[in-house]
Design a protein around this ligand. Structure first.
Ligand code: MTE
Ligand code: HPA
Ligand code: MOS
Length: 769
């Protein structure tokens, strides 16, 4: 089935926040963010700004009617800075004016006197000073300290991954319209309607039943709107509540980039031990997560880093420790993979370093250690593994022997261009790591004209969840897709939602939809059985008709509905789904947190121009465990998008803060994301069809986040190409691998300082020219 949004997307008819027709009298907001990362606010002078044309009012913490607090997991994040600022871009004031332009012009006239305090941007420094968001956590399996003796090789190192800007096409924003009796209608570009509702409730001081947060769709979220849509909704709601006027704020791209958090940078230390058969015997890793100035979702992200610290491998002795470090950057937040990619990069770096020291291909170590079914993860869950199936199919299908041979031949024949390849296995757990979040509800109405209305807590952000939910309802009722309509997500229709995140949205909301539809269908079957005088088990619904024992009857869908309605049978249902089987004991750090795991293997090939340091990503070949995909076109799109986003994080996207905590990569001119030239020339995807009875909706496994981690392979493929040029190159495990870093590393000396004995590239250069 094609994406239900395809038509309106192509024709420009899809409604995003900025497309909502304006209510008469709408005012426009703009936030004034702190120009200083850390300091005491001595003075905030808005007098000149307040006199600017069109300015209606300027709000600060003093105007807050509830609590000056929007922290989700930990109450450590004021809506407005009060007394101190903690990061550049932290809101100090919110200007409301009669136009967007007027509001932005007035923001520029606000003046502050802030006495600077020491700024920390490095997580290791924060940890050394005891600046932690939560106490550190450690996952253990076996006994690492005893295991080192069994290892023939022990290799240590350090790995650093940088942040990543979400760059959703639609920037953050909110539009709040007061209703009668102080009720607020809140349009928000959020992945978490309930998170917005809670944050507004707390800061404005209104009960949740007065706050209707409604969302039709987002122009992308990628985790950046799981919690960080709250600020803008709270600012608009506060102003709308005071002024009794609609207030809208749609962020300028540069403000969005400067004021919101990103993927967490991590700095990590690893120690890996292998035996003579290349089995990884022990792995010890310490993660320093750069959380930014407030908790936001950092503790949960840190937890997922620990869950995925061994990626797709079984390691019998593991000790993994993580610190969530408070720095003076904007609070970092969820980003596709949610800490998993940061954990996986480190184990892949450890394997690559071990491979270099032992002079074997990394793939040999990777393959030797892939998870088997029954193997235990460091958190206690046993694997139901598809790791070997994916890897083996990738090797056979794409003929890795031939790929290696071709690369060798190419590299022998070419001096200034070198190719490299890397294998990237991925294993990603599906479920919110916090067990309680794994619940969802659906409200289904069947109207007497035969049309069906479905409301869930799911947010459509381009990932196709609404299409999948249509498929669920249409399948249960035996209806064509156009008979089912997904309503905008609303906190008045569906309460206490988990955010659309963790790749679990279709599983959770799809299952709730299935339950609601199945309950209504059950009642309708009773009606049909009575009318047709047959056993209820003989009834099915197909093609808008009642079937008995697989044969059509003269009862069509509408006739059945009218009969049920006449009998006063309910045609509506509200269902609640909670993932069974999952649990986790935080005191022991053991349990069964995931409904299931998604597996896959990617083969990435790159070509490096060793004169310029530039490169192309030639091909990404994937075998991916889709389960039984219910929508291969959508799932393929998720894989392609995830891969390109992952490659961007690993290669060209470089978030740069200066020592004062100011974002220097603050626009698309200085922050480069993959375009069509930087994207892989080819992406091939093979489906590993697995049919286990798992907890995925219609056995169609979650697909949103796992493919991003295939992109990690690009970094290692580049490394291999560079080593083909200069086998002694010093290539620190730091990301992103920008062309600039490639160039420096290509002509580097080995870390130990000895001069590289290498062919004279300069003379070849002359020859080529
Ligand atoms: N795909 C698109 N087009 N836009 C997005 O914002 N977000 C990703 C992924 N794919 C995203 C996307 C992230 S971070 C997650 S968690 C999942 O989609 C969320 O949706 P799902 O649970 O339905 O997979
Ligand atoms: N994934 C994504 N978002 C989340 C999670 C998670 O595991 N936990 C809380 N928010
Ligand atoms: Mo995705 S990072 O769980 O929104």
């Amino acid at each position: 089935m094609k994406n239900i949004d395809a038509g309106t997307h192509v024709k420009g008819g899809s409604v995003y926040l900025d497309d909502i027709p304006l209510v008469n009298g709408t005012l426009f907001g703009a936030a004034y963010g702190s120009p200083v990362a850390h300091g005491n606010i001595e003075q905030l002078d808005v007098t000149e700004a307040a006199q600017m044309p069109g300015v209606v009012r300027i709000f600060t913490y003093a105007d807050i009617t509830g609590e000056n607090q929007i922290g989700g997991i930990i109450p450590d994040e004021p809506l407005f800075a009060e007394g101190q600022t903690h990061f550049c871009g932290m809101p100090l004031a919110f200007v409301v004016a009669t136009s967007n332009e007027a509001a932005r012009a007035a923001v520029k006239k606000i003046k502050t006197a802030i006495t600077p305090l020491p700024v920390i941007t490095d997580p290791r420094e924060a940890q050394a000073r005891g600046e932690l968001i939560v106490p550190p956590r450690t996952f253990t399996l076996g006994d690492v300290s005893a295991a080192w003796q069994q290892c023939t090789h022990v290799i240590e190192g350090r790995a650093d991954t940088n942040g990543q800007e979400h760059l959703y096409i639609e920037t953050q924003g909110a539009y709040v319209i007061p209703q009668e009796n102080d009720v607020l209608k809140i349009y928000s570009s959020t992945q978490g309607p309930t998170a917005v509702q809670r944050a507004v409730s707390r800061s404005v001081g209104l009960p949740m039943h007065m706050l209707d947060v409604e969302i039709t769709r987002l122009g992308g979220g990628f985790g950046g709107k799981e919690d960080q849509a709250n600020t803008w909704a709270a600012l608009c709601a506060l102003a709308a509540h005071h002024l009794k006027k609609p207030v809208k704020y749609s962020l300028h791209r540069m403000d969005d980039m400067a004021m919101t958090g990103k993927r967490h940078p991590y700095s990590s230390d690893f120690k890996i031990g292998l035996d003579h058969e290349l089995k990884i015997v022990a792995y010890e890793v310490t993660f320093y997560q750069n959380a930014g100035a407030a908790a936001d979702l950092s503790p949960a992200v840190m937890e997922r880093t620990l869950f995925h610290c061994t990626n797709s491998y079984f390691i019998p002795n593991v000790k993994a420790t993580a610190y969530s470090c408070r720095t003076h950057l904007p609070p970092n937040t969820a980003f596709r993979g949610f800490g998993g990619p940061q954990g996986m990069f480190v184990i892949e770096a450890a394997i690559a370093k071990a491979a270099a020291v032992l002079d074997v291909p990394a793939a040999k170590i990777q393959r030797q250690n892939l998870l088997h079914t029954g193997d235990e993860f460091p958190y206690g869950q046993k694997a139901q593994s598809e790791a070997h199936a994916c890897w083996n199919k990738a090797e056979e299908w794409y003929d890795t022997a031939a790929i290696r041979h071709n690369i060798f031949t190419f590299n022998t024949a070419n001096k200034l261009y070198k190719k490299g390849m890397a294998m990237m296995p991925v294993c990603f757990g599906i479920s919110f790591t916090k067990t309680l979040m794994n619940q969802a509800r659906a409200l289904v109405h069947v109207y007497t004209d035969g049309s069906v209305s479905v409301s869930t807590g799911a947010i459509e952000m381009g990932q196709g969840v609404n299409t999948k939910i249509v498929q669920v309802a249409a399948a249960v009722f035996g209806l064509p897709a156009d008979k089912v309509r997904i309503q905008p997500t609303s906190t008045f229709r569906i309460a206490n939602t988990s955010p659309s995140a963790a790749s679990a949205t279709a599983d959770l909301n799809g299952k709730a939809t299935w339950m609601a539809c199945t309950a209504i269908a059950g009642r309708l079957k009773e009606v049909a059985a009575a009318e047709l005088n047959v056993n209820v088990n003989a009834i099915t619904f197909q093609q808008e008709r009642v079937y008995v024992h697989g044969a059509p009857t003269d009862w069509d869908w509408k006739k059945l509905l009218m009969a049920a309605y006449a009998k006063r049978v309910s045609l509506s249902e509200h269902a609640h789904y909670a993932t069974p089987e999952i649990h986790f004991d935080g005191a022991k750090e053991k349990g069964h947190p995931f409904a299931y795991h998604v597996y896959g293997t990617a083969i990435l090939e790159v070509t490096v121009d060793c004169l310029r340091g530039t490169y192309t990503i030639d091909t990404v070949k994937v075998v991916h465990d889709f389960g039984a995909s219910m929508n291969p076109a959508i799932d393929q799109g998720q894989i392609e998008g995830g891969i390109v986003q992952g490659i961007g994080w690993m290669t060209m996207e470089e978030v740069i803060y200066d020592a004062e905590g100011r974002l220097r990569s603050n626009a698309l001119s200085t922050y480069k994301v993959p375009d069509i030239y930087a994207a892989p020339k080819e992406i091939l995807i093979e489906f590993l069809d697995t049919q286990q009875d798992n907890l995925a909706i219609f056995r169609s496994k979650a697909v949103g986040e796992p493919p991003l981690m295939y992109g990690i392979g690009a970094w290692f493929a580049l490394r291999n190409a560079m080593l083909a040029f200069n086998p002694a190159a010093d290539i620190p495990f730091t990301t992103p691998m920008t062309p600039e870093k490639v160039l420096l590393a290509l002509y580097s000396k080995p870390a130990n300082g000895t001069i590289v004995a290498h062919e004279n590239t300069v003379s070849h250069l002359a020859v080529d020219k």
